[in-house]
Design a protein around this ligand. Structure first.
Ligand SMILES: [Zn+2]
Length: 220
């Protein structure tokens, strides 16, 4: 079964939103006027659709996301739960798992990367399934979290100065048939590094780099 946020995760988050348990403290300071995020005020709640996978069936689940506003300049910021990746409907465990499946194997193809146990997660009603091109886009997205990965790496090295992670990352290769441009090679490489860093970070700190770190790094 593909990893996914569960309906329970989404309901639990909705309850936190309703009980005013979502605070802006983990957000970075306002990039415009440097006001500390602890002064941000709630601006709005926006219902957001997530796609979760249950028994290979892709299902929609809804919860509210909180938008905070900087009192200094009025800029607004969305606070994302740790199962979410900004602007993506599928949940973080699903995105990282499929992107990892594709980038980890030198011979993997996109049509095969969407398969789990010889079938592809599907939508039920209209017979659509998870598209190979979706994985391609997820890799592009995951390649953008450069600051988050760099900070995670620093924390891992502080925790364990003799860690082999830097050597391990340097040894990763991307199969030459997977890209036609240097730009794509860099994206595949950055995505593969994120998948490795996330796994080592989870093992060391029992939490995802997306729980607090990515928020703190403004998802950069
Ligand atoms: Zn501001």
């Amino acid at each position: 079964m593909p990893p996914t946020a569960t309906l329970e995760d989404i309901k639990t988050y909705q309850q936190k939103v309703e009980k005013d348990k979502i605070t802006p403290h983990n957000l970075p300071p306002c990039p415009r006027c440097r006001v500390d995020s602890s002064f941000f005020k709630i601006h709005a709640y926006r219902e957001r659709r997530f796609l979760i996978i249950t028994e290979m069936l892709i299902q929609a689940a809804y919860c509210s996301l909180v938008r905070f506003r900087c009192p200094g300049c009025g800029k607004t910021f969305t606070f994302y739960p740790d199962f979410a990746i900004p602007h993506k409907h599928y949940s973080r465990p699903t995105i990282i798992s499929f992107a990892g499946t594709y980038t980890e194997s030198e011979t993997m193809t996109y049509p095969r990367a969407v398969m789990v146990d010889n079938s592809t997660p599907g939508y039920g009603q209209n017979d659509g399934t998870l598209a190979p091109s979706t994985i391609h886009r997820w890799i592009t997205t995951l390649a953008r979290f450069i600051d988050t990965c760099r900070t995670a790496l620093m924390l891992l090295l502080e925790e364990n100065p003799v860690s082999s992670i830097c050597r391990d990352l340097a040894r990763l290769v991307i199969g030459p048939r997977k890209y036609k441009s240097l730009r794509r090679k860099k994206q595949l490489s950055a995505c593969r590094q994120l998948v490795v860093i996330e796994a080592v970070f989870q093992a060391a700190f029992k939490t995802s780099i997306f729980t607090k770190l990515a928020t703190r790094c403004a998802f950069a």
